[in-house]
Design a binder for this molecule. Sequence first.
Ligand code: ADP
Ligand code: ADP
Length: 220
Amino acid sequence: MATYLILLGAPGAGKGTQAERLSQTLKVPHISSGNIFRENLKNQTELGQVANRYISEGHLVPDDITIAMIKERLERPDCARGALLDGFPRTPAQAESLESILAQKGARLEVVLYIKVPQETLIHRLSGRWMCRAENHVFHEEFNPPQIAGVCDYDGSELFQREDDQKETVTERIRVYLEQTAPLINHYRQKGLLVEVDGNQSIDEVTEALMAVLSVGANR
Ligand code: ADP
Ligand code: ADP
C-alpha cells in the first residue's frame, strides 16, 4: 500500500527539517514545492522565473502553475510507493486537486501531520535559517548550526540565507499562511486525517513525536 503524507505548518515550523529525516525512515521521496521552485530558478527555467516573481514578494505562486508542477512530480516512478509532501497543498484548491491526483493513482492520503508553532517563534527561526546550494539541506545558526560556518555538513556546498527570509517578506508570508493555508487545518481535521504535533520543542523531540504518530498509524 502506498503511503502519501502531508507535513502542514507555517513557514519556519520545521517541515523541511523533519521531512528530510522522515523520508529516510519511511523510504518515500521528500517532495518540497518550495525546493522545486528554487531548483527551477537556479536552472533558469521559465517556471522558475515566473514563480520567483511571487516568491520574492512573499506571495503564493498561482494554483494552476503549482498544481501542474506537483502533478507531474507525483507521476514519476519514484512516487509509486508514496511521498512525503512538504509545502503542498497550501490552498483549498490545491488540497482538492491533490485528492483527485491521488484518486487517479488509486491511492489516498494516509495522514496530515500538522506541526504547530507559536507565531513569535517563526520569525526567529526564519531569520537564522541557512540552506545549502546543492541539496537544500537546512541549518539554523543558533538551533542547528553547521560544523563549519557557511558550509553544508552533508555535501560541503555553500550555505546561503534565502532572500524571502528577510523580515518584511516573512511577515507577508505569515499573513498569507494565516489567510490561505491555515483553513486546511480544519479541512483535514474534519476529514479525520489531521494529527497535531507540538513543534515548539527541540528538533529531535519533534522527530520523536512524529515517529510516535506514524508507528501508532502503522499498528492500526
Ligand atoms: P517555507 O519552508 O518557509 O514554508 P517554502 O520553501 O515551502 O517556504 O516556499 C517558498 C515559497 O515558494 C513560498 O513562500 C511560495 O511563494 C512558494 N510556494 C511553495 N509552495 C507553494 C505552494 N504549494 N503554492 C504556492 N506557492 C508555493
Ligand atoms: P519550514 O520548512 O517549515 O519552513 P524549516 O525546516 O526550514 O521550516 O525550519 C526553519 C528554521 O528553523 C531552520 O533554520 C531550522 O534549522 C530551524 N528549526 C527547525 N525545527 C526547529 C526546532 N524544532 N527548534 C529550533 N529550530 C528549528
